[in-house]
Design a protein around this ligand. Structure first.
Ligand SMILES: C[S@@+](CC[C@H](N)C(=O)[O-])C[C@H]1O[C@@H](n2cnc3c(N)ncnc32)[C@H](O)[C@@H]1O
Length: 213
């Protein structure tokens, strides 16, 4: 799925929508500033890395880009892509657990954290820790864009339970179900202002967060 043309189009749409959400938050992202630094957290595939790097470098060719993932395959594929096609940009790729990002990156060193379908890899407690780490890594004008599944009605709880079972059964991946109410409460208590928006998938929501000062 992550390698299809539709997903590529979806990502372009999502990045554009994230920028529009920032306007709703009265926030002007500093893409063009000299030391603009961003992180793609849990890259998933080289196609996503490619879209992200192009989105950022079209706005600022000198931006510093970090890309991380826990998966060896993902990291190897992205390193190959960058070495072969995007070597002129400042891209740093690491295999690291997002819950240990504070060992890799200094406090207040990031302007933007982007990720997609990532929050559901964390149970409630780890998600709280992840948001605390992200909050610490973002500078005062830092922001986050992401999209994720939320369970709300009895129907979505059932379809999510099935999706989570499938992920475990076929991919061996443990995912965790979160409600919109739960995520909203976590964002608030972790020090963010945010907006929530739709995506083309009814149970998949868009979240854009700005660090509260
Ligand atoms: C759904 S995929 C991400 C999709 C990607 N953001 C995109 O837009 O194509 C989730 C990725 O997160 C990675 N991941 C899961 N838990 C992680 C963790 N604790 N630290 C870093 N990466 C993690 C997985 O290996 C997987 O590649």
């Amino acid at each position: 799925m992550l390698k299809t043309r539709i997903f590529k189009r979806y990502l372009r749409w999502a990045y554009k929508k994230g920028a529009e959400d920032l306007v709703k938050l009265n926030f002007k992202p500093g893409f063009k500033k000299e030391d603009f630094t961003c992180l793609l957290c849990g890259v998933g595939s080289e196609q996503t890395a490619n879209e992200f790097i192009r989105f950022v470098t079209n706005r600022n060719p000198r931006a510093k880009i970090w890309i991380i993932d826990l998966g060896e395959k993902q990291v190897t594929a992205v390193k190959k892509l960058v070495k072969e096609r995007l070597a002129k940009f400042d891209v740093n790729i690491r295999r690291v657990n997002a819950l240990e990002l504070n060992k890799l990156l200094p406090e207040a060193s990031l302007d933007w954290i982007e990720t997609d379908g990532f929050l559901e890899y964390f149970d409630r407690q780890s998600l709280k820790r992840l948001l605390t780490i992200w909050h610490g890594l973002l500078n005062a004008d830092g922001f986050i864009t992401t999209r994720d599944f939320v369970s709300s009605s009895r129907i979505t709880i059932t379809t999510d339970a099935f999706r989570i079972w499938l992920a475990k059964r076929w991919l061996g991946v443990s995912l965790f179900r979160h409600t919109k109410k739960e995520l909203v409460s976590l964002f608030k208590s972790s020090g963010f202002n945010f907006v929530v928006g739709p995506t083309p998938l009814p149970t998949y929501k868009r979240f854009t967060l700005v660090k509260r000062s």
